[in-house]
Write a protein that binds this ligand. Structure first.
Ligand code: NAP
Length: 539
């Protein structure tokens, strides 16, 4: 593959992948399997990506373990027995290490290898990548599998560095255990990470103060161990499971419902809501009434039901009211799934601070000052989210043709074709990045990895070594994403529009056309002989 003109531009590898998360590991496997030389760079000290960094107590899947896991190998699926329907972080990290070793991928990986710049050289159609330690790698193809939730966000609160106690971000959790025993702990943020962590540490701490700016519509995860009968059934059903996960719009096994909210009597609806409340994870979105996300009255009925549940669990009525969202409906933001979250507020060690009523003024040497006064802490946990979608790509110093910086090209928001390539950056791909997400992460990321690998193989088979998306194809996909951005349930209340990061363009960062649109477009590209791309030969 590596046809090069000068020794200076000789490539070290055909394919250079950045990121050893679920997507990067799969991309490395596919590239190797397709006969390319490949290397993977990972900023962390081990395998896992998101599941390496987010090792806070309580971190776990909220997609079923066997639907989030790899399905490219029947042997792997049969060999690895998940302990729980929703696995906890340590088990996930063990699994990913198992995959890496099983498919002999570790020898192609470099850890603690942080990319600081990546420059495209048009004369040789190669990428020159520089790492934090000054070392360089030159590759024909650069594939950034750097994830959407990999750059933690710390809010601009003054005095953060003055705090003398311990501070952690859920997305940068240390590998050593954090001792919460008898500590006065503050948790800031009540998104999916905060609400997973809070109940798990509640018994250990001396006190736990939850700083909540916006209440969330949390519903039970309903996790359980996988019984031996269920293990046997999973193994027996592998082909059917794989078929559903590879073809369903969301990449889950949950079935869609066929009734709308007011098709049912009050009594039947109440029974259905109970069934939803007791259903696992994302079933509450996918298997719900067909109109719950689109019809305001239907959504309000379901929200009333959840509010009633919160009031029945949380004994202090004032705390219960604060935990019930009043400013957005269910599904407007990504809903968290919880285990014992509302119950934890009955623990006298927990207290809730409403940051809308009493905003944080500053962090002091010994605690947090709000408009209501100062509270002292030993540990502050920032569960304040991420620079979603584009955060990691924006920090890699990527420059394409004529040294154009990716940040400049995307100054008004990302422009992509299928969420895999952007014009002016030949031979650069970013599976699992902006304009990609549409349901269960590993499923659509896997679709993209498969498509990218097939494209590389097509180019090689036809004697091309330069692949660059046609600007018209990029415009078509980006317009589709922007046009449909408000058609779904998410609104600008969601970080999916970049609204949680000051100064970030307000642009939709998921694939608003969903997986069916991705499948359709991929079929079209293949049917049209990859004409959406400009394929050429260097030199
Ligand atoms: P998040 O959903 O963005 O939540 C961040 C929290 O921090 C929100 O409560 C936010 O309040 C608060 N916050 C942000 N800036 C603040 C400020 N200046 N002052 C006070 N509060 C502030 O982040 P996350 O909880 O880490 O979750 C991110 C995503 O990761 C999830 O949506 C999910 O996709 C994924 N995740 C998945 C799992 C899983 O179960 N598999 C677990 C954890 C995370 P506002 O709402 O008011 O902005």
């Amino acid at each position: 593959m590596c046809r090069v003109t000068t020794a200076e531009h000789a490539t070290d590898v055909d394919v250079l992948i950045v990121g050893a998360g679920i997507t990067g590991i799969y991309q490395l496997h596919r590239a190797r399997e397709a006969g390319f030389t490949a290397q993977l760079l990972e900023a962390g000290g081990g395998v896992g990506g998101t599941w390496y960094w987010n090792r806070y107590p309580g971190a776990r899947f909220d997609s079923e373990s066997y639907t989030y896991a790899y399905i490219f190998s029947k042997e792997l699926f049969e060999k690895w027995e998940w302990r729980e329907h929703f696995a906890e972080q340590p088990e996930i990290e063990r699994y990913l290490n198992h995959v890496v070793d099983r498919f002999d991928l570790r020898r192609h990986m470099r850890f603690n290898a942080n990319v600081t710049s990546a420059l495209y050289d048009a004369a040789s159609s190669t990428w020159a990548v520089v790492l934090g330690d000054g070392s360089k790698v030159r590759a024909r193809f650069l594939i950034a599998a750097t994830g959407v939730l990999s750059v933690p966000h710390f809010p601009a609160v003054s005095g953060r560095d003055d705090f003398r106690g311990e501070q952690y971000h859920t997305g940068l959790w240390p590998a050593r255990p954090v001792d919460f025993e008898n500590k006065r702990v503050a948790v800031i943020g009540t998104g999916s990470s905060g609400v997973q962590l809070i109940p798990v540490i509640a018994d250990e701490v001396a006190s736990l103060t939850v700083y909540q700016r916006t209440a969330n519509w949390c519903t039970p995860l309903n996790n359980a161990p996988i019984t031996s009968d269920e293990q046997a059934r999973l193994r027996a059903d592998f082909e059917a499971i794989r078929e559903t996960l590879n073809t369903s719009p969301h990449g889950f096994l949950h079935r869609t419902h066929d009734r709308a909210t007011f098709d049912d009597s009050n009594e039947a609806r109440r029974a259905f809501y109970e069934k939803m409340w007791n259903s696992p994870g994302f079933a509450k979105l996918i298997s719900h009434y067909t109109d719950v996300m689109v019809d305001e009255t239907a959504n309000a009925e379901w929200c009333d039901f959840i509010a009633e549940k919160v009031r029945s669990i949380v004994k202090d009525p004032a705390t219960a009211e604060e935990l019930i969202p009043k400013d957005h409906r269910f599904g407007e933001k990504r809903p968290p799934f919880v285990t014992g979250y509302y119950e934890a507020f009955n623990n006298p060690k927990l207290s809730l601070v409403d940051l809308k009523a009493t905003p944080i003024v500053r962090v002091t040497e010994s605690g947090i000052e709000t408009a209501a006064g100062v509270r002292e802490f030993d540990i502050i946990v920032w569960a304040t989210g991420f620079d979603f979608g584009t955060g990691a790509l924006a920090r890699m110093g990527i420059r394409g043709r004529r040294r154009l910086a990716l940040n400049e090209h995307w100054a008004d928001g990302p422009k992509t074709f299928l969420g895999v390539q952007t014009a002016g950056f030949p031979n650069f791909f970013f599976p699992g990045g902006p304009h990609a997400a549409a349901g269960n992460n590993p499923r659509y990321n896997g679709d993209q990895v498969d498509f990218i690998t097939d494209t590389l193989v097509y180019a090689r088979d036809h004697g091309y070594d330069t692949i660059e998306v046609d600007p018209a194809a990029e415009e078509r996909w980006t317009d589709m994403v922007d046009r449909n951005a408000t058609a779904g349930s998410f609104t600008e209340a969601s970080y999916y529009f970049g609204t949680n990061i000051p100064g970030k363009p307000r642009k939709y960062l998921l694939n608003s056309g969903g997986r069916p649109k991705l499948f359709k477009e991929i079929d079209r590209v293949i049917a049209n002989d990859y004409k959406a791309f400009r394929l050429s030969r260097s030199g």
